[in-house]
Design a protein around this ligand. Structure first.
Ligand code: C2E
Ligand code: MG
Ligand code: MG
Length: 569
């Protein structure tokens, strides 16, 4: 279809002008009669020179006038195409919508009308996409800020504005354990439910992920904001029926109250409310938290750490330290726990309690955890090859790692790679990570058990400690959390909890380890109660592999001093 057009496009002079192409063709076309006449004079000798020149001059003048008129008319007839082209270019450059006529019905008329119609539709769509959340149909962050700003301009806005950011608690956990489609439906249902308890729906927006923003303008009192927040939290706490199954969620809210001068001020309020939400979530479920400047400082620190945590492994900033677990009856070291350490170039040693939650929420824990597993298994094998009696190596598994579908395969592979027998690997999980999806957890634990690895419930007593679930989880060991051990044997409550855990463990035929053992009194008491193993600064702090190697060499000495210290003999 474009043969002639492409042919003419080959000529450099014609390339940039469509008019020039049309004009050239028209020019040549209108000169055909003249050329034919000229040819007939040349090949025929029947005409006299005088007559031939007269006819030719007349034909030439007529042709030139005809050509000029044709070219002029054509130039104007081409205007619809040229106008449309200019309108499109203008829209691309300036986003200005064209004003093309739409009442002509021939092809050129339709070209103008359809271009105009398409550009208007496209513009609407672009506006919608850039202003609304496609999942919920709610306004997005930009439109929320625009609307709030417009409201502040139109009304005689003098009062304070409260900006609330609501987030779903443990949304990562919820979405990990459900189909993508279910999570989408849940978010839509949450949006719908929130609408029902809001005073104005035009100051409600969906932010990224699971967060929603709500603006309360002209607020009368702090109490009214708290009341509204509590209403939102309790509304979402009722279960959602999604695809025939009930889903329970809780949410948290970050609140900031302030004046704002301009659009930047609104964006800042949103950031403050998000920072407050972060703190609310850290405090537990169904919480609301007002913003304070310290919150931003904390969040800033966290974000910096998160950035630096990326690549820390590659920069060799990670190290595994080991802490012995000791048999409380014989004093022998029976295992070592692998504990991750981050040697930060400027901050020094960063505590895992600080960076593990960051690694967990950013997903980095999966690669870090795999590295710890491999390093720890290899180290344990190295101790065995060095001739030490075989010990268990205990490795902490985070909730995220535990949810990885290839976890069992990965562990199997690491054991093969490092040559460690499965019975010398102990995996520590917490109850909270098992509770995310109980059925799946039991299945994974059973597969790990089949593999022959030893399974321990870490920090026992601080989580759900549900007896019903405990008997279903195929674990070998309970580790009594340090918070109970530290007050033994002087605090009656800690004694009661510790005794109960030991009795529970015994009745379920589980081994019991006491974490955080620091004093002789604690040791005596726990030993007396029949606790099997202990771990704590009393025996050794977590230390690099070389230090533990020295300790293993003196294990016999430790045993003797232990026996002397505890008066076992
Ligand atoms: P955890 O698994 O309960 O580890 C025991 C923690 O108690 C360690 O803290 C250890 O240094 C500390 N501890 C041991 N004995 C005593 C004592 O006598 N007194 C006191 N005050 N503390 C004692 P650490 O190394 O700071 O680790 C904290 C937590 O970070 C660990 O608690 C574990 O939950 C997590 N973590 C550490 N390494 C890893 C890892 O490689 N992967 C995962 N997922 N989590 C890890
Ligand atoms: Mg542990
Ligand atoms: Mg623990």
């Amino acid at each position: 279809m474009l043969h002639l057009y492409s042919f003419l496009d080959r000529f450099r002079l014609l390339r940039k002008s469509y008019i020039a192409k049309i004009m050239l063709v028209a020019f040549l076309g209108t000169h055909v009669p003249l050329l034919a006449l000229l040819l007939s004079f040349v090949i025929s000798s029947a005409y006299s020179w005088e007559m031939a020149i007269r006819v030719l001059v007349t034909a030439l003048v007529a042709t030139l006038i005809g050509t000029a008129a044709t070219l002029y008319a054509l130039r104007h007839l081409l205007n619809p195409v040229l106008l449309t082209s200019a309108a499109l270019q203008n829209y691309l450059d300036t986003k200005k919508l064209p004003e093309l006529p739409t009442h002509f019905v021939d092809e050129a008329g339709l070209l103008m009308a359809n271009t105009s119609h398409t550009l208007y539709r496209l513009d609407e769509l672009i506006h919608y996409i850039s202003s609304y959340d496609d999942l919920t149909g709610l306004a997005n962050r930009d439109l929320f800020c625009d609307r709030l700003y417009q409201m502040s301009q139109v009304q005689n806005h003098s009062g304070l504005t409260a900006v609330l950011v609501l987030g779903i608690d443990d949304f990562v956990g919820i979405s990990h354990t459900r189909q993508r489609e279910t999570t989408k439906l849940l978010l839509r249902a949450i949006a719908q439910r929130l609408i029902t308890c809001l005073p104005q729906t035009n100051s409600f927006a969906k932010l990224d992920g699971d967060e929603f923003a709500i603006a309360l303008t002209e607020i009368s009192s702090l109490e009214s904001v708290i009341k509204q927040s509590q209403l939102l939290l309790s509304t979402l706490a009722k279960p959602f029926l999604i695809e025939n199954s009930l889903i329970h969620v809780t949410s948290s809210i970050g609140i900031t109250i302030n004046h704002f001068e301009d659009r930047n001020g609104i964006a800042q309020l949103l950031q403050q409310a998000q920072a407050a939400l972060h703190t609310a979530k850290q405090r537990g479920r169904s919480q609301y938290q007002f913003y304070s400047p310290e919150i931003t400082a904390q969040l800033q620190e966290r974000l910096t750490l998160e950035n630096e945590l990326h690549g820390a492994l590659e920069r060799n900033e990670m190290e595994v330290h080991y802490q012995p677990l000791v048999n409380l009856q014989t004093g022998e070291i029976t295992a070592t726990e692998a504990l991750l350490r981050w040697k930060h170039p400027t901050l020094g040693l960063v505590s895992p309690t600080k960076f593990i939650p960051i690694a967990e929420s950013s997903g980095l824990i999966v690669s870090l955890g795999e590295w710890v597993l491999r390093t720890a298994c290899a180290q344990n094998r190295a101790w065995q090859l060095a001739g030490f009696p075989p010990l268990r190596i205990s490795v902490n598994l985070s909730a995220r790692q535990f949810e990885q579908p290839n976890l069992v395969e990965q562990i199997k592979q690491i054991l093969v790679e490092t040559g460690l027998q499965p019975c010398y690997l102990e995996l520590e999980v917490t109850e909270s990570s098992l509770m995310v999806d109980i059925k799946q957890s039991i299945e994974t634990l059973e597969q790990l058990r089949e593999l022959g690895v030893f399974l321990a419930l870490d920090d026992f007593g601080t989580g759900y400690s549900s007896l019903n679930y405990l008997k279903q989880f195929p674990v070998d060991m309970l580790k009594i959390d340090r918070s109970f051990v530290q007050d033994v044997p002087f605090n009656p409550d800690s004694i009661a909890v510790t005794n109960a855990i030991i009795a529970l463990g015994k009745s379920l035929q589980l081994k019991i380890t006491a974490e955080g053992l620091e004093t002789q009194e604690q040791l005596n008491y726990l030993r007396m109660q029949g606790c099997h193993e202990g771990q704590g600064f009393y025996f050794s702090r977590p230390a690099p592999a070389e230090t533990i190697t020295q300790l293993l060499k003196t294990n016999f000495l430790l045993e003797t001093s232990f026996l002397v210290k505890t008066n076992f003999q």
